[in-house]
Design a protein around this ligand. Structure first.
Ligand code: GDP
Length: 475
């Protein structure tokens, strides 16, 4: 009897009020529906327009996706250098680049750009994308086929590449006949590359059958400043701080192997707690750590903001064990284990004033970033996802790892300010204005006036970030 296939436990609103499409085999990607069982129901709903846009996208993807007749034809034209500007299907290829948090944010940004420009998104699998994420679109893969003719160029594409949009503008080539354009939106991009964010440049790029995008930034906030996208974005996202929240929940479903890491950890350590607190520690200082000023900052933030209970200074307090006390599970993530050990010991060695039981847990301490190691990124993805189940979340400045957790969770985190010169800032943290990620390297250019402008002061819903004064985020 044990060999019979077991029914999959599925929540009531498994399609997230129709954000997700039907037609998937539930066992092939358990997280797609089961993750909802771990989440509080969110009051936010995707707009009907976003939902219909996604259904239309899915049929476009099916029509033009890998190995379809139309795909083969367009790729054939690309190979032979024929111009195929009349092609029914146009593509944007996302190149796998940078840390996992960055990649999740850039993939969501690129997908939104595909929606806005009626392009088909194709995903460079890199070393690990298929191990980490289920296919999001029904009936057609999002993975770029192995024999795509430009794949061997992806690694070498950079700010200096002749094929980049910025360098084409500089060399004044005849841009209209090109079978593909490389879009360099990496943080080191230059003024010409940044013209990507101008209306007239978007009009030109419309014609190119293949765009190849390499970026390490969440560039969505600047799409909201392009006049030709404005109305559409308004209709898609009446609630502007939900862009990554909905696109992320639509696109990113952990594969069964990652879901195993997530669900085993959740059930064993987190599910029984009354309150779940997530603390994401990312220290960009060089040197081994752990640093005392970072620990002080974590404690100052969590206690001042009533995220964790304060310690009772009176020793030898005996709390009666008769009444059931509230339990708090604290999930910490960090490359090192030092902060976790200190916080855990603090709540073991001391009682809290109000008598809660505090369990402190950290799934891994990988010591340093290892971008190409597979199990490493499986754990990183699992930890971002686990953090997203928190009731309250504390994140580190500048970290895309934390942005992913807050966005998927629909959480406004408390952001720990970036320490300067080895000292904990005062105040230690502040509550985020919105759950959106920060665009770290936005352009500051007024395309119409052809001069510099503060792009964080143009419209009320695009503001400078809490954790990076020159960054932009949607609020
Ligand atoms: P960012 O550098 O903080 O913006 O985040 P990224 O995810 O882009 O890159 C950092 C990488 O370092 C992650 O992808 C992980 O591989 C690793 N890393 C950083 N912090 C953690 C952590 O708390 N847990 C684990 N497992 N890995 C981490």
């Amino acid at each position: 009897e044990d060999d019979l296939p077991q029914p999959v436990l599925v929540p009531k609103d498994k399609l997230l009020s129709d954000l997700l499409p039907t037609g998937f085999d539930e066992n092939s990607c358990l997280s797609r529906y089961q993750s909802l069982l771990y989440r509080k129901e969110t009051p936010r709903k995707a707009s009907p327009y976003l939902i219909s846009k996604l259904r239309n996208y899915e049929s476009l993807h099916k029509k033009c996706g890998p190995h379809t007749k139309l795909y083969n034809q367009t790729v054939q034209d690309l190979k032979s250098g024929r111009s195929s500007h009349a092609s029914e299907c146009k593509y944007i290829v996302w190149v796998s680049f940078s840390g996992l948090g960055n990649r999740i944010l850039t993939l969501a940004s690129t997908f939104l750009y595909a929606l806005l420009t009626n392009r088909v998104l194709l995903v460079d699998p890199g070393v690990d994308i298929p191990e980490l994420f289920c296919e999001p679109f029904p009936e057609a893969s999002w993975l770029l086929p192995k024999d795509f003719p430009l794949t061997n160029k992806f690694k070498s594409f950079n700010q200096k590449s002749n094929e980049s949009y910025g360098n084409m503008l500089k060399s004044k080539n005849n841009l209209t006949e090109l079978p593909y354009v490389y879009l360099h939106l990496v943080h080191d991009y230059d003024d010409e590359d940044k013209l990507f964010f101008c209306n007239q440049d978007q009009i030109f790029l419309q014609k190119t059958p293949f765009l190849i995008m390499k970026t390490d930034n969440y560039f969505v906030p600047s799409l909201f400043l392009i006049p030709s996208f404005e109305q559409e974005l308004n209709d898609l996202f009446p609630d502007k701080e939900t862009v990554f929240h909905f696109l992320g929940r639509y696109l990113f479903h952990p594969t069964n192997s990652v879901w195993g890491l997530i669900s085993r950890y959740y059930q064993a350590y987190l599910s029984n707690a009354d309150v779940k607190v997530g603390i994401q520690i990312r220290v960009f200082d060089t040197g081994p750590g752990p640093f005392k000023h970072v620990l002080d900052q974590i404690l100052a933030c969590t206690m001042n903001e009533n995220i964790l209970p304060t310690i009772d200074q009176k020793p030898f307090i005996i709390t009666s064990s008769e009444k059931k006390k509230k339990t708090i599970a604290v999930l910490m993530t960090s490359l090192s284990s030092g902060y976790f050990e200190e916080v855990r010991n603090l709540y073991w060695e001391n009682p809290t004033v109000s008598g809660e039981w505090i369990g402190v847990y950290q799934p891994s301490h990988e010591e340093y970033q290892q971008t190409e190691k597979q199990n490493h990124n499986r754990k990183a993805w699992a930890e971002m996802y686990l953090l997203s189940f928190s009731d309250k979340l504390v994140t580190s400045s500048w970290s895309t790892f934390g942005y992913v957790a807050q966005g998927l969770g629909g959480l406004k985190p408390w952001i720990l300010y970036k320490p300067e010169n080895g000292t904990a800032p005062d105040p230690a943290c502040r509550r985020a204005m919105s759950m959106e990620p920060c665009f770290h390297a936005p352009p500051f250019y007024d395309c119409k006036m052809k001069r510099g402008v503060d792009t964080g002061a143009l419209v009320p819903h695009v503001k400078h970030c809490e954790d990076m004064s020159w960054g932009l985020k949607l609020v």
